[in-house]
Design a protein around this ligand. Structure first.
Ligand code: ARG
Length: 466
């Protein structure tokens, strides 16, 4: 049996719980990282109780002071967490009451159910702000790499088969766009996270005249116009964790984007592609094969996405079919959420650092991009411009490619005679199509990998990320 019995058991229960039960039910080992927000929430609650007369002004002041001193001790690492006190809320409240007897009045009008919902929302808010900085750092690193190599052309692929030429910067900017949407999703989710649940009590609010708006404003739960934002249904507020699920989805989506970027880097650094070299600090060797240089960072980043998706599914499964309102199952939300926050953050940070440590092998890219077949589609456009229906043009150029293969000649080295043999529509200028530079200059429409358009996009991203 435990020395101390948790606050929630006082009165109703005879003794403490067994060691195994306490170990099974505790959350202090992981929810202690909410301490800062738990203390802030309690300070807001105490201040409000002081202003509505549940606490005297002097009591409220003393409670706030004691909470602040507990915060200092936790910060210093001198605070002793007690597993038998279950969670962060009871650890702090119990210590508060030890230091300041008026602490026993603090929990009036509050339950751990609205308290934990509050702590998690505040904690997640702060994490999102920091995560968002990491996302823009990653975007900057990608844009820098794109600018450094703005002349480099590579084959673009579909089905992992060479398709059409693109600037490597266009390929890289595709990821910048994806991460921009992840950033927007975060901002959007923020507005739903930033709603104050305190005052919902265990599930049914309170008979005390709590000033919920005061607490909300105190804690920064305000809309763009500075108006306090509070939850509108006490049962919803203590029982749903959709805000955590939403974050885990965004982390998963960002993780999946990162995994695709990682996969491209892994392919590009293989001998088969050989488009890039990742610097030694971001690769590892083999314990057996002395020649190996492995893109482990990118591989781990690719692997982390599975874990993020796992956390998302885990949270959804946790919520599925839960009866209203709070159920202790919900305690299982924290480790999944914390893990997603930590995982996505470290993955983004490492990927950003690695992007700044990549050298593009321009010569190899050039060789790959000079495959004339990449411009077969441009040859159909040549015919279309000469009024050949597209389907017919597609057929003609297909026949030309087959001929080139048959006589073992690159497409661009066919003679005009050989081309005329396939279609009279080909004139001497048809071979101009195979000028790669000109081919890229011609791609002028918005969103295409044309010379001017890509430059424009690079400039616009530089501005947006400045
Ligand atoms: N540690 C709990 C959690 O994380 C706090 C809320 C506990 N509430 C309760 N009624 N037992 O969910």
């Amino acid at each position: 049996m435990n020395k101390k019995s948790p606050l929630s058991r006082s009165g109703r229960f005879k003794g403490g719980v067994g060691e195994d039960v306490s170990r099974f039910t505790e959350s202090i080992s992981f929810d202690q990282r909410l301490w800062r927000h738990d203390i802030l929430g309690s300070i807001a609650h105490a201040t409000m109780l002081g202003s509505i007369g549940v606490l005297s002004k002097a009591e409220a002041k003393r409670i706030v002071k004691a909470l602040e001193s507990i915060g200092e001790d936790i910060e210093k690492g001198s605070f002793e967490w007690d597993t038998t006190l279950e969670d962060v809320h009871m650890n702090i409240e119990s210590e508060l009451t030890r230091r300041e007897p008026a602490g026993a009045k603090l929990h009036a009008g509050r339950s751990r159910n609205d308290q934990v919902a509050l702590d998690m929302r505040m904690w997640l808010r702060d994490e999102i702000v920091e995560l968002d900085v990491e996302i823009s750092n990653l975007q900057k690193a990608i844009v820098d790499l794109a600018i450094e190599n703005d002349q480099v052309v590579i084959p673009g692929y579909t089905h992992l088969q060479r398709a059409q030429p693109v600037y490597i910067s266009h390929h890289l900017l595709a990821y910048v766009e994806m991460f921009a949407r992840d950033h927007e999703r975060l901002l959007d989710a923020f507005s739903r996270i930033n709603v104050c649940p305190l005052g919902s009590g265990a599930l049914a609010g309170s008979t005390l005249a709590l000033d919920r708006k005061q607490v909300a404003s105190f804690l920064g739960f305000e809309d763009a116009k500075g108006r306090p934002v509070v939850t509108q249904n006490s049962m919803d507020a203590v029982s749903d964790r959709d805000f955590a699920v939403e974050f885990c989805f965004i982390a998963s989506m960002t993780g999946v984007h990162l995994s695709r970027l990682a996969e491209d880097l892994i392919l590009w650094s293989s001998s088969e592609f050989d488009f890039i070299q990742i610097s030694d600090e971001y690769t590892t060797g083999s314990s057996l094969m002395p020649q190996k240089k492995n893109p482990d960072i990118a591989e781990i980043a690719r692997g982390k996405s599975g874990r993020l998706v796992g956390n998302l599914v885990s949270l959804l499964t946790l919520l599925k079919g839960l009866p209203m309102t709070y159920n202790r199952d919900l305690q299982e939300d924290k480790e999944r959420l914390f893990d997603s926050v930590d995982t996505i953050r470290s993955t983004i940070r490492l990927m950003a650092a690695m992007m700044s440590n990549i050298a593009v092998k321009a010569e190899n890219c050039k060789n790959a991009a000079s495959d004339p077949n990449l411009l077969a589609t441009d040859l159909t456009d040549y015919l279309v411009e000469r009024k050949v229906p597209f389907r017919e043009a597609h057929h003609i150029v297909g026949a030309l490619v087959a001929l080139a293969e048959k006589i073992d000649k690159p497409l661009n080295l066919l003679s005009i005679k050989e081309m005329e043999g396939v279609s009279k529509k080909f004139k001497a200028d048809a071979l101009d199509v195979f000028d790669l530079k000109k081919a890229l200059d011609k791609r002028n429409i918005t969103g295409s990998p044309g010379t001017k358009e890509v430059k424009k996009q690079l400039r616009s991203w530089l501005k947006r990320l400045a």
